[in-house]
Design a binder for this molecule. Structure first.
Ligand code: MN
Length: 220
């Protein structure tokens, strides 16, 4: 499974730019749970727009292009006033979606089931059992008002579930995101219309636990 380790690349003229990562699978790979057209528009239009808007904002302060995306988000309050909101929304959007693509995989071929190993143990320790964790994250996702995400994060070795609005990143409050479900309408409306809970239920079938476990162990 491809991993997004670097969100930037050198352009043809040598300047550093943030780039749209390729999907680690085909647009149709998450069918029938997430439909092909949603994947195409979500990745090619929405995520691309976050990358483009981020680059445009940073071009006003080119010295910031030498910072990693994680550094920018962790230090969001130090980003100059005139571009801070744009970096928060679009840098957050770039980071959130780059993670999102990797923590999904085709159902039955890397996607779905339950985590084992250290992550499985930590989930049981923290939430009692996997089903309770699943219920808590699903509730955070379905009850998030308006656009946002529900996240599983790690801070000081501890797991936590919380909803966050818009494209706010857990990095902005010193937590490391390891799993997130996008509940912006653009993530599900073509197939599920207003039925967000149905989308969230379906999404569990494509969670790539191997990648979430890798991110968990890296965060410790
Ligand atoms: Mn999205």
């Amino acid at each position: 499974m491809a991993q997004v380790k670097e969100h930037r690349a050198a352009g043809t003229s040598g300047e550093i730019r943030h780039v749209l990562p390729e999907l680690p699978y085909d647009f149709a790979a998450l069918e029938p749970y997430i439909d092909t057209q949603t994947m195409q528009i979500h990745h090619g239009k929405h995520h691309q727009a976050y990358v483009t808007n981020l680059n445009n904002a940073l071009s006003k302060h080119p010295e910031l292009l030498t910072r990693s995306l994680e550094e920018l988000l962790r230090g969001i309050n130090a980003v100059p006033d005139d571009i801070r909101t744009t970096v928060r929304n679009n840098g957050g959007g770039h980071h959130n979606h780059s993670l999102f693509w990797t923590i999904m995989a085709p159902a039955g071929n890397g996607g779905g089931g339950e985590p084992s190993g250290k992550l499985g143990d930590a989930i049981k320790r923290t939430f009692g059992e996997f089903a309770k964790f699943k219920e808590q994250l699903s509730t955070a996702a379905t009850s998030q008002f308006g656009s946002g995400w529900a996240w599983l994060t790690v801070a000081n070795g501890k797991l936590e579930v919380a909803g966050r609005p818009n494209q706010d990143s857990a990095l902005m409050d010193e937590k490391i995101p390891i799993l997130g479900v996008d509940v912006w309408e653009h993530a599900y409306y073509l197939k599920y219309q207003n039925r967000r809970p149905e989308y969230v239920t379906a999404w569990w079938n494509v969670v790539n636990w191997q990648e979430v476990a890798r991110r968990y162990e890296a965060a410790l």
